[in-house]
Each structure stands twice: as C-alpha cells, then as structure tokens.
Write a protein that binds this ligand. Structure first.
Ligand SMILES: Cc1ncc(C[n+]2csc(CCOP(=O)(O)OP(=O)(O)O)c2C)c(N)n1
Ligand SMILES: [Mg+2]
Length: 587
C-alpha cells in the first residue's frame, strides 16, 4: 500500500528535494518510514538538535538559493525548530518545515506531546501553515508550501498527524470541494516601470556625492553594482549580509556599516547627497544619512522593504541585476571624480588603521590579528559562516572577502548557534569546497559542541574534508559585555557574562577531528596553515582577549559617557579595558 507519507516523499522529490535535515520521533515516524522505503531518493541528515536542523535548512537556502527542508516530530521536536525558522523568516529564505502531529483522534484531548502546531507556527510561517487532515489534501498542501516559500522567500510549514501519514494515499476526486495542484516554480523577471526608472536616474544624475548601500538582495548583481558605482563615481557600503556580494579589495568598497561597520562607510553615509540602496533592509537609521540630507533611490524585490529605513524619492520594486541593467543607459557618467577619490583615500587609510589595530598586543591574542592573518590564506571559493558575537565584528571588518566566496550569517535574527549548522549545510551542498566558520565560546557551549558531533559523523562523505571551526575563546559573552558597558553604561556583570572554560580543541580530537589550542600570537600563521592543510575537520581554538573593544566606527558622546560610567561602577577589568581601548582608538 502506498501511504500518504510515501506519496509525500514522492511529491518532495518532484519538487527537487534531495536532502532533508530532520530528527525522528513517533509523531513523524510515518514519514521516516517512507523515506527509508524510498531508499536514497532523499538523503536524510540528522543534526543533534532540531534547532540546528532548521538552521541547516536555512543555511541550505542561503548557500544554494533552493528551498531548504527540515523535519521534526510533534510537540518538543516541533518547538525546537522555531528559532531556526525565525532565522529564515528574518533573512527572507525559503524553508519548508515538515512536522508530525498527534493522531486526529487525540487532538483536543490534552494528549501527551500535543501542542497546537498551527498556532505555534502561525507567526513564523505566516505565509503558509496548514495541517493535512485528509489524504487527498496532502498534495496541494505540499505544492503550496513549496511555491509560497519560494515566491514569498519565507518559511512555510506542513503539519502531518500521525494517523494521516499512515493512511492510504488518495488523489483528489474530480468533484466539488477538492483542489488540483501541480509542481514547479519559475521566478519572474521583475522590473520597475520606465517612468520610475527615469525618475530614479534623474535623481542619481543630479547628485554630486552618491553613496550606494548593498545588501543580500544584491547577490547576483555584482557586475551591475560595479558598473553603476563607476558611472556615478560612488562609494559602495555593504550591509553585513551583502558582504560576499562585492570583494573587499575594490578601492571604492567602504566595507560594512553600522556598529560593526567601518569609518569610511560612516563618512560615506554622512557625507553623501544621494543614497542608492539596493536589496538591503539594514535597520540602524543613525548610520544612514539624516532625513532630508540626501535624496534617496531604492531597489528591492519586495515592496514591503521599500522606503522603510529612509524616505525614498524613488522606491522601485525590481530584481537588483535587471533593474540596474535597465537603469544604466539612463545614467550619465560623473566627470568630477573628486568624491570617488575622497572615498578611496578614506578606504586606503582605514585598511592601514585596521592593520595597526591588529598589530597591537592582546592577552594573549588580539582577535583582530587572527582575521587579518586569515584573509590572504583563505582558499578560493571558500564557504564562510559567522556566528553572532564579537566574532562578527572582526569578520565584518578585518576579513577580506574575495570574488567567488560565499558566506552566511544570521543577520536579522542575529541568533547565536547558526554558524556551524550553516557550514554543515554548505558542505552538503558544495562538498568539494572548503568551509570555515567563526564561533564564540558562548555559542560553542550553547549548541556548537553538539553539532561538532554531527560533523564528526558525516565528514567522510564530503569530497573536500576541510571544515574549519575557529573558536574565539575569550571566556566571556563578550559582545553583550561591551553592550552593557557602552550602550547601557553598566560594568561587566560577571555572573551573566563569564563563560566557563572548556577544552574545545581537545574535545575535537576526542571526536577524531583535528584540534589545536592557540595562545601564542607568534604562532597564528602556522596554526592557520595547519588548519587549512588538515585532511579532516579541524577546530582551531584561539585564546583571545575580551578587553579589546569592538569599537563602533564613531564613538558618540553618549557612548563615551556610558563607557566612563561602566568604569565608575567598578568594571572588574577596568584597567586593561581602558589601556586596550586607548590603544585601539589611537592606532
Ligand atoms: C540565541 C541567542 N541568545 C542570546 C543572544 C544575545 N547575544 C548576542 S552576542 C552574545 C554573546 C556571544 O558570546 P560568544 O559566543 O562567546 O561570542 P563573543 O561575543 O564572546 O565573541 C549574546 C549572549 C543572541 N544573539 N542569541
Ligand atoms: Mg565569548
């Protein structure tokens, strides 16, 4: 007998699904059984925690552009998926979650593990969440979950009661009250109207100092962004998720923006008369021009994101590459290149500043130095994943991204614990390429050490075995410690901020992986070389200094005042913190 679950697996294959990140339980056993009967039609990859499975599905979407699929059982398994699905929602990624549910006969009976899953997923999968209550309904629920995930770039969710999974599959009858759906999705060409393109071009042509800001939505438009930037004599800042879109070695690329951004990006935004924003939802207004200081043009595939961070004069719905291509013939080349020259000077200076900051001593290691030394060693086409913490500061600023590299980060949700699952998904999708992830010790202890078990279990399937985890061990939830100091004016609260020590490298070795603990600044280069040459996944544990401040591009008066208050309130590490801050500021 073909069960509903068997038919589901067939339908998933028809949608091109080749891999599911899932974790079993009796609520989803019907589907697990069907996957096993379908043999290798769909690969089943099992993380150690459902949240990691959802991050992996999201990572698959981020590294491939395809739908990522995760699966969990009813009750606790489903609950565990939620954070990873919010990551997909916040960063606009297509993910389908398939979750089991108690049998229909038990629903509403306070049954064991009974959670109202449609209600639970109603916000995160608000574009589409549906319970399959009858065999003939399954087909269109699957078709809609996939099509809507792709069209709305969001997570969607299919809830499957246990008894429905085991029932005989049924096609919808040709009668009233049935749905007759099909498979497949083709992305449209999305272009603004001609008059709107002209309006945008007029604004850009009138500007004398044009700043561009690109985000993840500019992926696939690198050539077009460079051509437009050249024509307009513009500088280009990159929101964090836009970091891989353009290489960092272009002289007019000012790098990141925001708290973890660069001084050239800050100056670019404060000094421009025209802002062209492409595929970005970068949220912090204080790093954009003040309202009225610049004329704004924005391009985004999603109208919901338009004129949201800055009031735009021309807010165009369009695909980045197509729209920029259509805009190009309407733009006049700026003959006065002085603004561009100003930007390039500021960028060159900034790289020198970063090099000097990275050269300063740390106790024992200055984390900036590690990223500085890593950049030229990064293999071509490396797959990068960065966790949430101060690591993302160094990744955003110091790491020099080159063309051909791909990267993922939990940008808008900014969740800890995403980087290792992302990198695992990247390896399953592109197993011939090396992957590197950057993770704080807090994030390692939250979930990373568990997912290293997943790495140890699967890595032999990967064509290129290189999977490097750079653990930044500072025994501190450092990013939040600095936020307490600089944003709240509080001293470090050791009881909430200290992270217990853990032997990450030794633990990796106990799993059969490579592992080195690095506490000598003179050995950074050799340790990186060893990790990059390893023939198995490798944990490079860097003992680094929590007192090196992740400085914002410009220290405001309020931040300076808070910093002093933190000291006045008796910050436990005040002396070292002040010394390191002064050195960094004046480097
Ligand atoms: C799931 C989750 N919990 C809490 C936070 C708040 N938070 C942001 S960064 C951070 C500290 C991270 O510490 P660690 O991983 O050690 O990195 P570090 O900042 O020390 O480099 C915390 C607690 C978060 N972003 N995500
Ligand atoms: Mg830490």
């Amino acid at each position: 007998m073909t069960t509903v679950a068997d038919a589901l697996v067939e339908r998933l294959s028809a949608w091109g699904v080749r891999r599911i990140y899932g974790y079993p339980g009796d609520g989803i056993n019907g589907v697990i059984g069907a996957l096993s009967r379908a043999q290798d039609a769909i690969e089943f990859v099992e993380p150690r925690h459902e949240e990691a499975g959802a991050f992996m599905a999201c990572g698959h979407a981020k590294f491939t552009g395809e739908v990522g699929v995760c699966l969990a059982t009813s009750g606790p398994g489903a609950v565990h998926l939620v954070n990873g699905l919010y990551d997909a929602k916040a960063d606009h990624q297509p993910v389908v979650a398939i979750v089991g549910q108690k049998p229909r006969t038990a629903l509403g009976a306070d049954f064991q593990q009974e959670v109202d899953l449609v209600a639970l997923f109603k916000d995160v999968a608000h574009e589409y969440v549906q319970m399959v209550s009858s065999p003939a309904q399954m087909r269109h629920v699957v078709d809609r979950a996939f099509r809507i995930a792709l069209a709305r770039r969001s997570p969607t969710c299919i809830v499957l009661p246990q008894d429905v999974q085991e029932e005989k599959a049924a096609a919808p009858a040709h009668e009233h009250g049935t749905a007759h759906s099909g498979v497949g999705y083709s992305a449209p060409r999305v272009l603004p109207a001609d008059a709107d393109l002209q309006r945008a071009a007029d604004i850009l042509n009138a500007g004398k100092r044009v700043a561009m800001l690109i985000g993840a939505g500019a992926a696939g438009a690198a050539e077009e962004v460079m051509a437009v930037a050249d024509t307009l004599g513009a500088g280009v800042a990159k929101a964090l998720l836009g970091k891989p879109v353009l290489p960092d070695d272009l002289p007019f690329v000012t790098g990141g923006i925001g708290f973890l951004g660069t001084r050239p990006s800050y100056e670019l935004m404060q000094g421009c008369d025209t802002l062209l924003m492409i595929g970005s939802g970068f949220p912090y207004a204080e790093f954009l021009p003040e309202e009225g200081a610049a004329r704004g043009v924005q391009i985004d595939i999603d109208a919901r994101m338009l004129s949201l961070r800055y009031p735009m004069e021309a807010a165009l719905v369009g695909d980045s590459a197509q729209t920029l291509r259509a805009l190009m013939p309407l733009l006049r080349r700026k003959e006065d290149r002085s603004f561009r020259a100003e930007v390039e000077r500021s960028v060159a200076d900034w790289w020198d500043t970063l090099a000097r900051r990275a050269d300063l001593p740390g106790k024992p290691i200055n984390p900036q130095r590690v990223f500085l030394e890593l950049s030229p060693r990064l293999p071509d086409q490396a797959l990068l994943a960065c966790d949430t913490g101060t690591t993302v500061h160094w990744y955003s600023r110091e790491l020099r991204m080159r063309a051909g590299m791909r990267a993922a980060h939990s940008g808008n949700l900014a969740s800890m614990g995403a980087a290792i699952p992302y990198a695992i998904a990247a390896k399953f999708a592109h197993s011939h390429l090396p992957a590197l992830c950057f993770v704080g010790d807090g994030a390692m202890q939250m979930s990373g050490i568990n997912e290293l078990i997943t790495v140890a279990y699967y890595w032999k399937q990967w064509q290129d075995p290189r999977f490097i985890v750079l653990v930044m061990n500072n025994r501190d939830l450092n990013m939040v410690t600095w936020e307490q100091r600089i944003l709240a004016g509080d001293a470090k609260f050791e009881r909430s901020q200290d992270v217990p020590d853990f032997p990450y490298a030794q633990y990796a070795r106990s799993l059969g992986l490579g592992g080195v603990r690095l506490d000598d600044p003179a050995a950074i280069g050799d340790a990186l070389d060893e990790a990059l040459a390893a023939t198995r996944p490798f944990v490079l544990e860097v003992i680094c200094d929590p007192e090196i401040p992740p400085l914002p591009p410009r220290v405001s008066l309020a931040q300076a005042r808070n910093y002093l208050m933190a000291i006045a309130k008796g910050d436990p590490n005040a002396v070292r913190m002040v010394r390191a801050t002064i050195r960094q500021l004046f480097a």
